[in-house]
Write a protein that binds this ligand. Structure first.
Ligand SMILES: [Zn+2]
Length: 187
């Protein structure tokens, strides 16, 4: 995502699309960022920070800019989201950890400073707005206890949809097609 400009604070959140890992934290299913270990806690906005990571040491040509507030235009930090759900289809990395029980596809609200890129945004703050939970994992195996996961993710206070018989890629394809065929609603 190329950095373009930092906008002043948005008056209203903008909404993008992203993927989360679903992990067990504090005994409940919780959302976690894919490329860093940040847990998104229910009822609490995620505030982006810029942190050194192994990814950066693998890309020594990407000069790190120490001591800045996220998102910094010349960095890659911030809460990432895509403008179009179909672009998530290129971004389904393999499970990084045994703690990851599932993926969630979702809309996310972004606010605070926002850096606009070619396909989406990096923002200072974010919170999930709506979640879709695939029934199948990346190997198309049915995830055990999906209903319980959905109930626990309802702690975020946003709609959670269970997508029967679908993998994350299927869910993305359905949402990209604008199809309302999806899913059981879980309050
Ligand atoms: Zn940064």
């Amino acid at each position: 995502m190329s950095a373009a400009a930092v906008s002043p604070d948005y008056l209203d959140p903008i909404h993008g699309w992203r993927l989360w890992s679903v992990v067990t934290a504090g005994g409940r299913s919780r959302l976690q960022s894919l490329v860093c270990p940040s847990i998104w806690w229910p009822g609490r906005e995620l505030v982006a920070t810029c942190e050194a990571s192994p990814r950066d040491s693998l890309r020594p040509w990407r000069r790190r800019l120490p001591g800045h507030v996220a998102p910094e235009p010349r960095c890659t930090c911030g809460v990432h989201a895509m403008e179009r759900v179909r672009h998530l289809g290129t971004y389904v990395p393999p499970a990084a950890s045994r703690l990851v029980v599932q993926r969630a596809v979702g809309r996310v609200a972004l606010w605070g400073d926002v850096v606009e890129g070619s396909r989406g945004w990096r923002a200072a703050r974010g919170y999930p707005a709506e979640l879709w939970l695939p029934q199948a994992d990346l190997r198309r195996q049915t995830v055990a206890d999906l209903e319980q996961i959905a109930v626990e993710l309802a702690d975020y206070g946003v709609p959670v949809h269970v997508c029967d018989g679908m993998s994350a890629r299927d869910v993305i394809a359905e949402l990209a097609g604008g199809s309302p065929r999806l899913a059981t609603y879980r309050p």
